[in-house]
Design a protein around this ligand. Structure first.
Ligand SMILES: Cc1cc2nc3c(=O)[nH]c(=O)nc-3n(C[C@H](O)[C@H](O)[C@H](O)COP(=O)(O)OP(=O)(O)OC[C@H]3O[C@@H](n4cnc5c(N)ncnc54)[C@H](O)[C@@H]3O)c2cc1C
Length: 433
């Protein structure tokens, strides 16, 4: 028995559980969240996407609307919401103890379909988790009320002009003052999403000598000596990409995240959710593109036939369909495994797998964006407005799935090294029996 379809019934335009197919992962609260988010986006975001892209900004008032709707709490916490946060609004009335990784997936999936505002939350979703996982309680108690109510914003500042993939070589320094009460920060960070909109910068700094053991994480409040300027990128101004400079910025030592020298490990752990979340972006981006291309192929005529009547065009859809469903299934499998492992085991066992999932997302997205663009033809596929506009925007956004959070080439290698490490550990464990 299957229930009735939700959303579009065009092939692969929605996940199969939306179209009534059974799934072990999604329950009543996931459906409630999906319904809430779709209606919310149809009211607050979808009608304005083109207007915001043209204006180059999303109105600040919308961020407060997001806080009121209970979006910020789950976005800041990822797969599980602390029970101490139950007094904040939580989207669709879901309780912290109910929230799981599949709610996280549904929330992002619908937000991404809602277009235009996803980049508003990137700083929050990558910048807040280290505060939650590693910061002392006093700092959490001070900062979270500000960022969960939307009063202030946070971003993650790791990358530097001369240190991207190779986080070990960052050079931004944080030196203690002689009285031991402050760090003084000097350096530059580049490509920081939401930087110019942020009040807090979750920053990797060098507190010790060279190498990974000299790296720490410091939460830097916007203050004297901290400057930001927007950096134009291919996806347009809504990406909110930023260059940040620190010139003798004084930060109280209480803003250290975890211990000195632990910053590299904390940064690597933080990447795992970021990479999973890139898969969320790619999956819905592909589905939206396939939806729009399908609609077009069903009505456009060329050589006396509808496009969909051309076997070559059907072949494109078949190839897109098999890839997107495989990507969805692998993503769900990883979410399920993370749900059923401790945080430590999740990071240990799935760091490499999540890196490879991100790579696969980039490859599938590249393929789907290009095939959909071809189906739309030059007239629509390359035009920023009209029926091909979502495909044109998705095509431009693909590079931002490939590089941030770890470049494709680096992550493939990481995936193999991690898999081999687990193999050797398993063999050693066997030999000890
Ligand atoms: C739109 C956007 C948003 C971003 N947002 C943020 C943010 O919010 N916060 C933040 O800290 N950073 C952010 N970044 C930075 C992003 O994480 C880095 O761009 C990324 O880590 C790669 O670093 P890089 O660009 O310096 O490339 P490099 O490290 O210079 O690498 C360039 C290329 O060299 C090759 N390469 C390098 N090393 C290896 C290797 N070991 N093996 C094989 N090939 C290799 C790869 O092909 C790689 O793509 C963002 C970037 C973009 C484009």
């Amino acid at each position: 028995m299957t229930s009735s379809a939700y959303g579009s019934t065009l092939p692969w335009a929605e996940p199969s559980w939306y179209t009534g197919h059974p799934s072990p992962y999604y329950k009543e609260s996931h459906r409630r969240l999906r319904d809430f988010m779709r209606k919310w986006c149809e009211k607050y975001t979808l009608p304005y996407t083109e207007e915001w892209a043209e204006a180059g900004a999303v109105p600040a008032s919308l961020y407060h609307e997001c806080a009121k709707a209970g979006l910020l709490v789950p976005i800041a916490s990822g797969k599980s919401i602390p029970k101490e946060w139950s007094h904040y609004p939580i989207v669709a009335g879901i309780k912290p103890e109910e929230w799981d990784g599949f709610h996280d997936f549904v929330l992002w999936d619908e937000l991404i379909r809602g277009g235009g505002i996803v980049s508003l939350f990137i700083g929050l979703t990558v910048g807040a988790p280290p505060l939650l996982k590693f910061a002392n309680q006093q700092l959490q108690d001070k900062i979270f009320p500000e960022i969960l109510t939307g009063e202030k914003r946070i971003c993650l500042a790791v990358t530097e002009p001369a240190a991207g993939s190779d986080v070990r070589s960052i050079t931004t320094t944080a030196e203690k003052t002689p009285d031991g009460k402050h760090y003084v920060v000097n350096g530059e960070k580049k490509w920081i999403t939401n930087g110019f909109q942020s009040d807090y910068f979750m920053t990797t700094v060098r507190t010790g000598g060279p190498g990974v053991n000299g790296i720490s994480m410091l939460l830097i409040p916007r203050s004297e000596g901290l400057k930001t300027r927007p950096l134009p990128v291919i996806t347009g101004p809504l990406a909110a990409t930023t260059f940040v400079t620190f010139e003798d910025v004084k930060v109280p030592v209480e803003y250290l995240i975890g211990k000195e020298g632990h910053g590299f490990r904390q940064t690597m752990i933080n990447f795992n959710h970021e990479r999973l979340w890139v898969a969320f972006q790619g999956i819905r981006g592909c589905r939206t593109a396939i939806h729009d291309a399908f609609q077009w192929a069903l009505k456009r005529e060329a050589f006396d036939k509808k496009l969909i009547e051309q076997p070559v065009v059907r072949n494109k859809f078949g190839n897109m369909g098999r890839q997107i469903e495989s990507l969805q299934a692998w993503t769900e499998q990883i979410i399920y495994e993370l749900e059923n492992l401790s945080d430590a085991d999740g990071a240990r066992l799935l760091g490499g797998t999540t890196a490879l999932l991100k790579v696969e997302t980039g490859m599938v997205s590249k393929y789907v964006a290009e095939e959909c663009l071809k189906i739309m033809g030059g007239s629509l596929g390359l035009t920023k407005t009209g029926q091909g506009s979502r495909i044109e925007a998705f095509y431009r956004s693909v590079p931002s799935l490939l590089v941030p959070g770890g470049s494709e080439d680096v992550l493939i290698d990481l995936g193999v090294r991690e898999a081999l490490k687990l193999h050797l550990q398993a063999e050693n464990a066997k030999s000890r029996l």
